[in-house]
Write a protein that binds this ligand. Structure first.
Ligand SMILES: Cc1ncc(C[n+]2csc(CCOP(=O)(O)OP(=O)(O)O)c2C)c(N)n1
Ligand SMILES: [Mg+2]
Length: 389
């Protein structure tokens, strides 16, 4: 990691691309896409590439590996939604339709890189290698975060919008001070870009020239609030330039383009060129959570329009046409996805009786007076209940 001043870093990287710093920071005029909605690769690999915004095609192996995670991600979403309906957990914010974003977010990172996900990013968390049942332990309310963030270099899935962005910037700052070449991927939704913490995180990251990728999944809604009532910026990627960082927007249902754009963003950040913002244009196919009724604020015809852009279908068509998906590969991938789903079902259907005292564990290294009192009160109540049996 170099210690270049932020302005010099932008100058250097833009001159490498042969464009002005302003053109480097501004997103390409149209979102980056490589596959059309029928899964056909654009003849040049990328349609309408502008100087500084050309992206090479990822390798065939990277594409097949990513497709495997895509199929697993879809299966995980559908399995978890079914488990909610069966009463096995209270809530699951599905990323059905956004799986290409989820998979690319995980696969663009190296082993020592950190991810800061939201409640909707379960598939990304699993694709980065967190054991599925550890993730689900958090959702079921069995254990604090469910998994150990340090072990996996994946922060807990944040429910408060954008608090995780500041934590991500802090981790990147620490890594830079230590001379480590860690990159941090900080995830949020379209609605979350209106939060104050979003502003603070981006400004801090740019001023300190930190290796952070802000990855915004613009799925068009913040619960019932559509993007048109959320922001009138030309795009969410344009928000980056106000902080002096590069922004790019990409078709969020095109796994090929996502791998290319996020892959380059991570490389540039690791080389010391500062933070970047990538906006993926996608769609939340299901309700915000099972507690929401999406038919109250959007038309079915809108949802149907996005089925035609489904990321799994497009990627399967592309790989099959390119001869990269022989039947045995497809069968192996389908069997792998089924095995992951079975593991989730078995794990979630097994009864777990948590110890109520665990509520107080790991909150403070030395419990506060109030917490100690509350823990004692609970222990007393439980003991009296036991005696009354
Ligand atoms: C600080 C804060 N304010 C409000 C909420 C309530 N809330 C939960 S999800 C949500 C919408 C977020 O929309 P978006 O950022 O687009 O993410 P998406 O759910 O679409 O993935 C809101 C307002 C919250 N969790 N945290
Ligand atoms: Mg949203």
């Amino acid at each position: 990691m170099t210690t270049t001043e932020p302005r010099d870093a932008i100058e250097q990287v833009s001159s490498k691309f042969g464009i002005t710093p302003e053109d480097y920071m501004l997103p390409a005029r149209t979102e980056i896409h490589m596959l059309d909605i029928n899964g056909k690769l654009h003849p040049s690999g990328q349609q309408g590439a502008e100087p500084g915004h050309e992206y090479p095609l990822p390798s065939p192996k990277a594409l097949v590996d990513a497709y495997e995670q895509l199929v697993i991600g879809r299966r995980v979403n559908d399995q978890n939604s079914a488990l909610v309906r069966q009463g096995r957990m209270a809530v699951y914010p599905s990323s059905h339709g956004q799986e290409a974003c989820q998979v690319a977010a995980a696969l663009c990172l190296g082993e020592d890189d950190w991810m800061f996900p939201t409640y909707r990013d379960t598939v990304a968390v699993m694709a980065k290698g967190v054991a599925p049942m550890e993730v689900m332990a958090g959702f079921r309310g069995d254990w604090h975060s469910g998994y150990d963030p340090k072990q996996y270099k994946v922060s807990i899935q944040s429910t408060p919008l954008t608090t995780q962005l500041l934590h991500a910037v802090g981790v990147a700052h620490a890594a830079k001070l230590r001379g480590e070449d860690t990159v941090v991927l900080a995830m949020c939704g379209d609605g979350a870009t209106s939060e104050g913490d979003f502003h603070e995180a981006l400004n801090f990251a740019a001023v300190f020239n930190l290796p952070v990728i802000f990855f915004v999944q613009n799925n068009q809604y913040a619960i019932s609030v559509p993007l048109s009532q959320q922001s009138v910026a030309p795009s969410l990627a344009h928000k980056a330039v106000g902080y002096g960082m590069a922004g790019e927007r990409v078709d969020g249902n095109d796994l090929v383009a996502l791998l290319a754009v996020l892959g380059r963003a991570v490389r540039l950040a690791r080389e010391g060129n500062g933070p970047l913002l990538v906006e993926a244009h996608t769609y939340r196919m299901q309700a915000h959570t099972n507690a929401d009724d999406a038919t109250r604020y959007r038309e079915d015809s809108e949802v149907q329009g996005w089925i035609a852009k489904d990321p799994v279908t497009r990627m399967r068509t592309y790989l099959a046409d390119a001869g990269l998906l022989p039947q045995d590969t497809e069968e192996r991938i389908a069997a792998h996805a089924e095995a992951v789903a079975k593991n989730l079902r078995d794990g979630m259907n097994s009864e777990n009786v948590p110890d109520p005292a665990d509520l107080f564990a790991h909150v403070y290294s030395t419990p506060t007076t109030q917490m100690a009192e509350q823990a004692a009160m609970l222990a007393d109540e439980l003991a009296r209940e036991e005696d009354a049996k």
